[in-house]
Design a binder for this molecule. Sequence first.
Ligand SMILES: [Zn+2]
Ligand SMILES: [Zn+2]
Length: 210
Amino acid sequence: MAGAKFKVVDPSRPVQKEPKVINWQLCVLCQVDDSSKLVVPSQNSCAEKFQGYAKLDALLQDFDSAGVLSSLPFSVDLSALNDGSGVYETLLKNSAVYHKKCQLQCTDKELKRAIKRKPKEKPPNNSPVKTRRLSNGFDRTKCIFCNKGVLKKQALINVTTESNSARIIKYATTLKDRDLMTKISGAHDLIALEACYHSACLTGFNNRIR
Ligand SMILES: [Zn+2]
Ligand SMILES: [Zn+2]
């Protein structure tokens, strides 16, 4: 892997570019000081207290990759919620707080609804015609191996090297992986298809080859 997608960020250095400054005292989602009750995970005593951050992280990424982040009733700037160490870590570091009612806007159900409402014409991520023709039920926001989106602590990585692309295509056939073959049938170049995967899933796939 070229590793070009990841940048090592020195956490001791201040973040240079801040598109939107978050007031961490306020709800991270709406940033509105309306005196309604805030969820303060750091003051919660239960072991799962930071689950909310992980869920928010995953859901916001899903909204973003589905191109429906703007459908939320508040404007969320994901880059402002990520100091380079990831959304979850950033929320954790800043002891983020949020309104229950705002959190409830970020659920799988709302995501599905937003996708349904999304106008069909003009998809936000400009998909070339070639990609669309080749993709038989192929979803570029999902891992080509497990069909899941961004998982907690598992980012989706784009296929960026020819060797990975060629190997996946070759061994999907060799392994007679029907699901994978259907998805990439007719494809010669997974890089152009913008195929994504979880690194763990690629490792699993590679292990099946051996
Ligand atoms: Zn709020
Ligand atoms: Zn996967």
